[in-house]
Design a protein around this ligand. Structure first.
Ligand code: SF4
Length: 369
């Protein structure tokens, strides 16, 4: 069940995206002949589904591969292998049916690109400083040969209104706006062609905390108005808590846990998810938190640890568990009450026996409730 109010809902089985075993390995060259000596496994065998109308949060520390994942699905980066089936409902003129985004010829991508758009972390660097906002927002219509000049300007005015800006802003340049306003422009540009799926890559992390909530609320409102599905990439769980229906947690290029937002915050199954939850800020100033400190940084994807890649930082990898944690890679498997492919999945050998702390449980105990 959704914990949000903004999303439109369709049948739970109505998929819009199905990612299967997606890999993106960057070759590392060395030596005099610049031969491929190794590879950085930025995304290493990631699979998940996205239902039409939902918001899927993708969370992990920097270096976990979440941004590369988003860009590879968009084909801004070429994949190493895998599939990403996009199921169009034909809304944008695209034939009703599925296409494998990762296998399409680059020349055939243009019509599909209308249906998938990206909102970037840094709106300033993604907006051309020499162009007015009106021109920036008009560009997608020009590229796709939509409308005449008057019609395009009408659509630009509608877009500006949709994101809470004034129509007379169209004659201004990007530097004349605040960070929050620039992100609104970035969102308006992404929505210009009425896409079905929007991948938002850390869209609020460059903004002041006071502005973050406004932009998040705007995204929720627009989801309903434009019938959007979101993949929302973030580096911590607090940003995605109130807007995600389901969450994918990534560590070192792999998915370590998937679950509905509600169940994952209440009962994490993976120790990495537990640590991320413990680091979430608490609204109650009297509540005492005991964040789980993850020792060290995310290991290099050039040389990931053997066995469970999380084991050097996992506080449960000790005693009788240690040997298995160090030597056997845990596959992502279904677990818990909703143990379907659409429900809870976890990659930990000991997920059934560990009793991990949920976000709300800890807050209540620590607050003395
Ligand atoms: Fe920790 Fe071992 Fe589970 Fe990996 S498999 S998360 S190291 S307990």
């Amino acid at each position: 069940m959704s914990n949000r109010t903004g999303s439109f809902k369709t049948a739970a089985t109505d998929l819009i995206l199905e990612v299967k075993d997606l890999k993106k390995h960057f070759p590392v060259r060395g030596g005099f002949w610049r031969r491929v000596a190794n590879s950085v496994k930025a995304v290493d065998g990631v699979s998940f589904t996205v239902r039409r109308g939902e918001t899927l949060g993708v969370v992990g520390e920097s270096g976990c591969g979440k941004t590369t994942l988003g860009r590879t699905i968009m084909r801004l980066i070429e994949p190493t292998s895998g599939d990403a089936f996009f199921y169009s409902n034909g809304r944008g003129g695209q034939a009703d049916g599925s296409v494998d985004l990762l296998k399409m010829e680059p020349s055939k991508l243009k019509p599909v690109r209308r249906e998938l758009q990206m909102v970037y972390q840094d709106p300033f660097s993604s907006l051309d400083p020499r162009q007015t906002i009106g021109r920036i927002l008009e560009e997608p219509f020009i590229i796709h040969k939509i409308g005449d000049r008057a019609e395009r300007q009408e659509r630009v005015a509608e877009l500006l209104k949709s994101v809470g800006l004034q129509t007379n802003h169209s004659s201004r340049y990007p530097h004349q706006f605040s960070g929050g306003q620039r992100q609104r422009i970035g969102i308006a540009r992404a929505l210009a062609l009425r896409p079905q799926l929007v991948i938002a890559d850390e869209p609020v992390s460059a903004l002041d905390v006071s502005v973050q909530a406004q932009v998040l609320n705007l995204l929720v409102e627009l989801q309903s108005e434009f019938e959007l599905t979101y993949i929302f990439i973030a580096h911590n769980l607090s940003v995605v808590q109130h807007i995600s229906d389901r969450i994918v947690v990534m560590y070192l290029g792999k998915v370590v846990e998937i679950g509905s937002s509600e169940s994952l915050y209440e009962r994490p199954y993976h120790p990495y998810t537990e640590a991320l939850l413990s680091a979430m800020p608490v609204a109650d100033p009297n509540a005492k938190r005991s964040p789980i400190i993850l020792e060290g940084n995310v290991p290099s994807p050039l040389d990931p640890p053997p066995g469970c890649a999380f084991h050097p930082r996992c506080r449960y990898a000790s005693g009788s568990r240690l040997q298995k944690c160090q030597s056997e890679h845990p596959e992502l498997r279904a677990l818990g009450e909703d143990n379907t492919e659409q429900g809870r999945m976890v990659a930990c050998h000991f997920a059934d026996e560990l009793k991990l702390r949920g976000a709300f449980e800890e807050q209540m105990i620590d607050a003395g409730a």
